[in-house]
Ligand binder design. Sequence first.
Ligand code: SF4
Ligand code: SF4
Length: 84
Amino acid sequence: MALKITNKCINCDMCEPECPNEAISMGFDTYEIDPTKCTECVGYYDHSTCQRVCPIQNAIIADPEHVETQEELLAKFQGIKASS
Ligand code: SF4
Ligand code: SF4
C-alpha cells in the first residue's frame, strides 16, 4: 500500500529528496505523498526510505485507503519506470 503523511509532519524536508519516485511534495499545510507514485520503495529499497529518514514518529504511515500487494507495487514501479 502507498504511505501517507499525517498532520504530525513538521515540514523538515528530510523525506522529499529521498523518494526515488518523486512521490513526495509540499502540500497545503504539510508534505504529501502521491499514492499513484508511491511504491513503498519496491524496486529500489528493502524499506520505505521516507519513513527511515523521518525524525517524527507516525508522521509517515501506511495508507489504509491505498492497500496494494507486493505484486501490485512492483507493477506500479515498472509502470513508473517505463514512463520516465
Ligand atoms: Fe517515496 Fe518510498 Fe516514501 Fe513511497 S515509501 S513516498 S516511494 S520514499
Ligand atoms: Fe514531514 Fe517527516 Fe517528511 Fe520531515 S521527514 S517533511 S517530518 S514527513
